[in-house]
Design a protein around this ligand. Structure first.
Ligand code: AHM
Ligand code: MG
Length: 338
């Protein structure tokens, strides 16, 4: 009788991707294969993060990456896992990683039609404390005649074929969205080793009184940014002020914002006039997820983040993203002080 309660009609990520492929008559199956390679890298990164403290994987690797951040051992391992997954898929022509100064070209992948950008471990300062981190990915299609050049990836978010992230938290959560599509969330079932569709068609609540920002930077903020966040602390007509929630891992802060609503921001400021987060593999993929879930994402100049074109692969941007109404409020504050 117990077995009657068990759902045997489970949508795994593999099944989901196959069903998506069938919907697109022109599909060759290449994108599906690329996604299989992606999900393998997420599973292995999740595995090593879980075991990190046990097998001496915490701490620094003794090197630093392109942006001068010190690399953790897990940053290096996850980056290598990701690169090998993309190389061996045979479907990825080039890869931009936060951990690599230059574009990686997979010349052996002759018929590869995709370009991928990734942050293998986002939020790595949280790693040794066992706090949630994540992997962010963004997938572009090569231009018609292109054999794979930098121009194939230096494109705005509006051109993305797919994007998403995996958060390694209490469980591993994978969120993926495709161009013009909805946002779907999967949970890794360690028992069967599959990502299972647990959050179909994710929609951001229109508003929620939660803000997420590193307030320690407020000394450097522009006046309009200061005024906006100050306004959230005022109790309005018997209401309560906003709650503050900041994990310091964009993926985890974004995942919570996606589920509960509110605003996540890393504004450009006087110390970092271009912001901190990178456009290709942090801002644009997140903006795509948020827009497709009914939210908004803008940069510090209140431009739609999806339309921002990076000049260089590691270019940064300020970012405000979240519930529709909340981002409207952010925009209003920027208009007021102009
Ligand atoms: P990382 O890719 O080197 O881990 O840096 C990105 C992280 C984001 O996950 C997070 O939102 C932000 O940096 C936190 O920065 P700060 O410590 O300045 O608040
Ligand atoms: Mg990062």
């Amino acid at each position: 009788v117990e077995t009657e309660k068990i759902n045997t009609n489970i949508v795994t990520l593999t099944r989901f991707l196959t069903e998506e492929q069938v919907k697109h008559k022109e599909a060759t199956g290449d994108f599906t294969l690329l996604c299989h390679a992606l999900q393998f890298s997420f599973k292995s990164i999740a595995y090593y993060i879980r075991r990190a403290t046990l097998v001496n994987l915490t701490g620094l690797a003794g090197s630093s990456n392109t942006t001068g951040d010190e690399q953790k051992k897990l940053d290096v391992i996850s980056n290598d896992l990701f690169i090998e997954a993309m190389r061996s898929s045979g479907k990825c022509a080039l890869l931009v990683s936060e951990e690599e100064e230059e574009v990686i070209y997979f010349k052996d992948a002759k018929d590869a039609r995709y370009a991928v950008a990734c942050d293998p471990i986002d939020g790595s300062s949280n790693l040794d404390a066992g706090v949630s981190v994540g992997t962010i990915f963004a997938i572009h299609k090569l231009a018609e005649e292109s054999t794979g050049t930098k121009e194939d990836i230096l494109k705005p978010g509006t051109e993305l074929v797919a994007a998403g992230f995996t958060m390694y938290g209490a469980s591993a959560q994978l969120v993926i969205t495709m161009k013009g599509g909805s946002v779907n969330g999967f949970t890794l079932d360690n028992g069967v080793g599959e990502f299972i569709l647990t959050h179909p068609d994710m929609r951001l609540p229109r508003a929620r009184s939660i803000y997420s920002v590193n307030e320690g930077n407020s000394l450097y903020w522009e006046e309009n940014v200061k005024a906006y966040f100050e306004s959230l602390k005022e109790a309005k007509e018997g209401g309560k002020p906003y709650s503050a929630r900041y994990i310091g891992s964009m993926v985890a802060d974004a995942y919570r914002t996606l589920l509960y609503g509110g605003v996540f921001a890393y504004p450009a400021d006087k110390k970092s006039p271009k912001g901190k987060l990178r456009i290709l593999y942090e801002c644009a993929p997140m903006a795509m997820v948020f827009e497709n879930a009914g939210g908004q994402a803008v940069d510090s100049k209140m431009r739609r983040l999806m339309e921002v074109v990076p000049e260089h692969i590691h270019d940064k941007s300020g970012i405000f993203m979240g519930s529709w109404d909340e981002i409207e409020k952010v925009k209003a504050f920027h208009k007021l002080s102009q």
